[in-house]
Design a protein around this ligand. Sequence first.
Ligand code: ZN
Length: 109
Amino acid sequence: MKTISANCPNCGAPINLDPDNIAKFCSQCGSKILLDVETIQRLLIEKEKTKQVEAKEMAKARQAEMNYKKKSSDNKNTTIMAVAYFIFMTIVLTIIFGFMLLSKLLGKG
Ligand SMILES: [Zn+2]
């Protein structure tokens, strides 16, 4: 949660202002800290900015996740294709060598 640092108007102690909790009491002197309109507006703007950044980050994360999923599914397809190709080539080579061996044997015989 983003907070804004300020000072207590009564005793000057540093306080953190929370955009979700505008009414605050000073931890040093206990007096209620009343925020002026300008500060509240600043807090709201900060909060809105934080929201926008969060939304952007979330969109980015989602995009990255989608890219990762797509990539991993591509990898899976590539692996399946490689295995299928390997099996296919093994069968083809076995047939070719089988015929070669057979013709050699028949030629000799
Ligand atoms: Zn104070």
